[in-house]
Design a protein around this ligand. Structure first.
Ligand SMILES: Cc1cc2nc3c(=O)[nH]c(=O)nc-3n(C[C@H](O)[C@H](O)[C@H](O)COP(=O)(O)OP(=O)(O)OC[C@H]3O[C@@H](n4cnc5c(N)ncnc54)[C@H](O)[C@@H]3O)c2cc1C
Length: 422
């Protein structure tokens, strides 16, 4: 029987902390206690600000406790296309921030002694066709030339060093992309935030953002100097405007039953993580204890039946590793990732309120980075600029917070994959 709960919830003992009553006055109110909100809180509290973080539910009950824990820090666009559209300086800057964000996260985890099963076993992205492989190789060479990145190109035979699957035509291997237990990382952030003096109020919704200095919470009115909205794809405030610019897209994951260590190492010799070079590609990795495989993907058209969704992901797993055809799925869960129209992580200010969102499914690295940058904005540290600070994203025409058009988008991208023989 499949359990419709996250695998993480069954094997991580969550951090307990003492709750403190809501104070009616503070330096900053942060709405949302996921990776973004907690990272902002850490930076502000460390700088001596009195910060209160509110979450409508348990800390991290949005995407931050549901993700696969792959520390990608990737962007939706290649370095080449960014340079073509934004120019050499700006185009390169986006990627340099990605490199710095990964490094900073690794240092932060070490410095703050966060035990979150961090491992760097390499991330392989498989090419679905020979043409895709040639394109991947070309883009990787381009990136290496400009940024001296450590990207290895593995042909169809060499890929067996990292994956025992025949569905890929080679791919790229990156050693700077690690993986974590996402909930242990979340609780690590929570512990650090509290240790610097941030006050966390879970199960305390912000019902109403009155203006840039006042909010109504489930525990009364709070006045502050700055409000940061870190609700991303889970926004439940009264802010209708925000829900017109952020598209929540469902991502689902399955976790298998335990698999023998011999098979695990045979299928994934380096026990790294994996992605696929196609629009509707899957991502997967071994569980931190190396006993199961976790595989996820953006929502497929399976209606509302969770077993149908789990079955579809399980079929994808068997396509990659046919010898797992008898392996059962034990867990299945889903969460929402936030996209904006420009499909880039975004920091912006509107009516005096700061927002951080839109990591397009790659938030484990981007959310802590962007969360810290938001705090620097509050502290007015202009020396630590970010290329991701911009004007508020544009509204999406005919979008009112309910992504009615997603089935059409999924069909469109699935068709493109099919046309390209993926
Ligand atoms: C299934 C899945 C798999 C993923 N896998 C990966 C991966 O492998 N690698 C990767 O890089 N990224 C992955 N992601 C994306 C990543 O998890 C997110 O980008 C990241 O966690 C976003 O963090 P956040 O803090 O911005 O938002 P969230 O963690 O979603 O936090 C927003 C919070 O705001 C709170 N909130 C909303 N409204 C209110 C209100 N009115 N008052 C108070 N609180 C409120 C919510 O309760 C929520 O806790 C995945 C996401 C999902 C769903």
């Amino acid at each position: 029987m499949i359990k419709n709960i996250p695998y993480w919830s069954s094997n991580v003992e969550r951090l307990r902390y003492k709750s403190i009553p809501v104070k009616s006055d503070c330096d900053a109110v942060i709405i949302g206690a996921g990776y973004t909100g907690l990272s902002t809180a850490i930076k502000l509290a460390k700088a001596g600000k009195f910060v209160q973080v509110f979450d409508v539910a348990q800390v991290g009950s949005g995407a931050s406790s549901l993700n696969a824990g792959i520390l990608s820090g990737n962007l939706r666009f290649s370095l080449k296309s960014l340079i073509e559209s934004k120019g050499m300086k700006a185009g390169t800057e986006y990627y340099i921030e990605g490199i710095n964000a990964r490094k900073e996260l690794q240092e932060f985890i070490k410095q703050e002694c966060i035990e979150c099963d961090l491992k760097y076993n390499g991330h392989f992205t498989g090419a679905m066709t020979i043409k895709d492989f040639d394109q991947m190789k070309y883009l990787a060479d381009f990136e290496r030339k400009i940024l001296s990145n450590d990207i290895q190109i593995l042909n169809r035979y060499d890929q067996h060093k990292v994956i025992q699957s025949e569905i890929y035509h080679g791919g790229t291997l990156r050693n700077d992309i690690g993986n974590i237990n996402p909930v242990k990382f979340l609780d690590g952030l929570l512990r650090v935030a509290i240790s610097y003096g941030a006050v966390i109020h879970e199960n305390t919704a912000i019902h109403n953002i009155i203006d840039h200095r006042n909010v109504n919470t489930a525990a009364g009115h709070v006045k502050c100097d700055k409000i940061v909205v870190a609700t991303n794809a889970y926004d439940k405030t009264n802010n209708k405007w925000f829900r017109k610019i952020i598209i929540p897209i469902t991502s689902r994951i399955i976790a298998t039953e335990p698999i023998s260590p011999e098979i695990m190492v045979k299928l994934m010799p380096r026990m790294g993580s994996f992605g696929e070079g196609k629009y509707m590609g899957k991502y997967y990795r071994p569980s931190p204890d190396g006993k199961r495989i976790l595989l996820g993907g953006r929502d497929v058209l399976v209606g509302k039946n969770p077993y149908g969704a789990a079955k579809s992901l399980s079929n994808s797993l068997v396509k990659i590793f046919p010898e797992l055809s008898n392996v059962k799925v034990e867990y299945h869960w889903a969460g929402k990732v936030g996209f904006t129209r420009k499909q880039m992580p975004s920091i912006f200010e509107k009516d005096g309120i700061l927002y951080a969102c839109g990591y397009c499914g790659s938030g484990t690295v981007w959310a802590p980075w962007i969360g810290t940058k938001v705090a620097q904005k509050v502290l007015k540290k202009h020396t630590q600029k970010t290329i991701f600070y911009s004007e508020p994203p544009q509204k999406i025409p005919l979008f009112n917070g309910r992504p009615w058009f997603l089935p059409f988008v999924i069909i469109w991208y699935s068709t493109l994959d099919w046309i390209k023989g993926r």
